[in-house]
Design a protein around this ligand. Sequence first.
Ligand SMILES: *[C@@H]1O[C@H](CO)[C@@H](O)[C@H](O)[C@H]1NC(C)=O
Ligand SMILES: *[C@@H]1O[C@H](CO)[C@@H](O)[C@H](O)[C@H]1NC(C)=O
Ligand SMILES: *[C@@H]1O[C@H](CO)[C@@H](O)[C@H](O)[C@H]1NC(C)=O
Length: 631
Amino acid sequence: MVSAVEYIDIDVEEYQRLGLTPQKPVKLLGNHRSKVLHGRFLHLTDIHPDEFYKVGANIEDNSCHRGKPGKGSAGASKYGDAMLGCDSPMILMNQTLEWVKTHLRDKIDFVVWTGDNIRHDNDRKIPRTEMEIFDMNTRVANLFHDIFHGDALDPRHYDVPVVPSLGNNDVYPHNLFAPGPTLQTRELWNIWQNFISEEQLHIFQRGSYYFTEVVPNKLAVLSINTLYLFKSNPLVDNCDNRKDPGFKLFQWLGVTLDELRERNMKVWLSGHVPPIPKNYDITCYRKFVMWLHEYRDIIVGGVYGHMNIDHFIPVDAKKAYKSYQDSLIRQGFEIDGQFAHILDEALEDDDAEFDIDLEHQYLNMGFNVSEHDLNVAIAAKDAHAMGGVPSNKEAYMDSVRETFYVDVKGLKKSGQHSDRYAITNVAASVIPTFNPGFRVWEYNITGIEESLSLKAKPWTQFFAELDAMISLDDQNDDDDYDDLEDDFVEIEKRKNKKKKDKGPDISLPKPMPEGATLGPGYTPQTFSPLRFVQYYLDLKAVNEETKPFDYEVEYTSDGHPYKLESLLVDDYVSLARKLGKPIKKPKTKSSETASNEYDSDNLDELQNKKSLDELWKTYVKHAFVSSGYHD
Ligand SMILES: *[C@@H]1O[C@H](CO)[C@@H](O)[C@H](O)[C@H]1NC(C)=O
Ligand SMILES: *[C@@H]1O[C@H](CO)[C@@H](O)[C@H](O)[C@H]1NC(C)=O
Ligand SMILES: *[C@@H]1O[C@H](CO)[C@@H](O)[C@H](O)[C@H]1NC(C)=O
């Protein structure tokens, strides 16, 4: 059962220069192919290469495609300009990937690559076409293949597995993605097929989601098609209607997570649009958070792109359940303690003043909470999809602070190891919305040779069963009457019937099994994330040739000022408390007493406040990839 391991020597100085832990890679000597593990992976996102980019072109029209530079401007720079709204010149993509190849390829186990591989649709003179989108995605996919595949005969056998996911700009028109199979899902399969195991063809054609075993029998990365959860996709209604693609996505997620749990495997989630209230329909968001919670024994974490702002958000399972329950009650259903495992009154908050419910988190993030038919209105408001010059991003960070960080509960109410929370990691991008950046995550591979892989049915059998389940489901859909009529009948029935249990909603997770223990995201164990290194390109200096084209360490999670000992949910939640503390108003009932936090003339307290203010400033600076951005 226990396979032997061998350690491989490394150039320690090179690792230190890159900010990486100089840890020797482990060679797992399996029965067939041996596998080298470094305990490290790369997350890279939002490259947005633009083949129409022209050096010296006019920047102010936000396309950098043509025209004379504005007064006092030298026009579009060779490698792109931070904060001026253009997409990436091809050379920025090429040299970024070249840098990754030279410096990181032989130090990582896999690559998570979360989409948007083409320019924005922001030039009326050259509107994007579906062909152009497919073509550029093919070119970028080929670049990744060339760098990470290696010399195996099997095109699907990568030295460094790559896990792509679909961006809202990788589809035509942007944001709009229909349930598959469609021309788009078929074409996407053609472009990505080497990255995905062959058996997942059917499920992929249906939803463009899949997973990859990045460490065989031990660790998987799920690629989630977040466009089915995204409120700016006009074809997505909600995730509570069983005909909606988001509902079906959760069915797939459940079957897949159950199988991975059965095999004693751990899993990272990845996707383009991050699961936070700003982005997802509320019915999709709260289900997503419920899934994160009930599979906290196997889900290590989640990495996403799309927003270009480097930050994290603690998502709260209790709020999600509460919101779902309230929604059922509003619709007149009886609840019968269905969610007692998380909503028990004993844990209920007494400092309700600080408690922002999910609906208000939605309001605070600037969107309507009504659960139906708002997608179109929101899509119209979502100027972000068009790219361009960043604006109001400090205000956005302030609302993150007020809505999420201030709201983080104390030790007791956060649950064991803060297990009420999960973390949404939103990554900096390669496109110079701010400066180009990406992240390397380091994780615990101690004990990997002993971590038990349970014998399970062959994957081929699993996927065959999954396909059978899906086609049965589709048949049932076809048997139904016309959608609208069906809904109408349903409403009439509800009106006339005393409402009982809603019946099982198969897109909801079952509670985590009794006896399951918290996974690598929550307690230190094999696959626990340990630290990250955030790289960035000082674009101005590189354009001015005062620095070579060289990504630098912008900051690390364990360095100043964060000094995180590891990257467990607990570590993030404590950091969130610190980030929120300076603006957390003292409770009214204690405001007369000395516990009123900063009004006291206690020097330590003031010092503390000063250093927390500094912490916030640095955090915001990093959110904008050290570009110096201000609203
Ligand atoms: C980028 O790389 C591709 C493939 O290696 C090459 O054909 C192309 O000329 C490069 N473009 C630039 C601008 O460097
Ligand atoms: C919120 O939704 C309601 C009901 O659909 C609508 O009447 C209202 O205009 C919306 N408000 C905003 C700010 O979009
Ligand atoms: C790393 O994994 C080993 C083996 O499971 C465990 O004993 C150790 O505590 C873990 N350390 C960290 C920091 O996660």
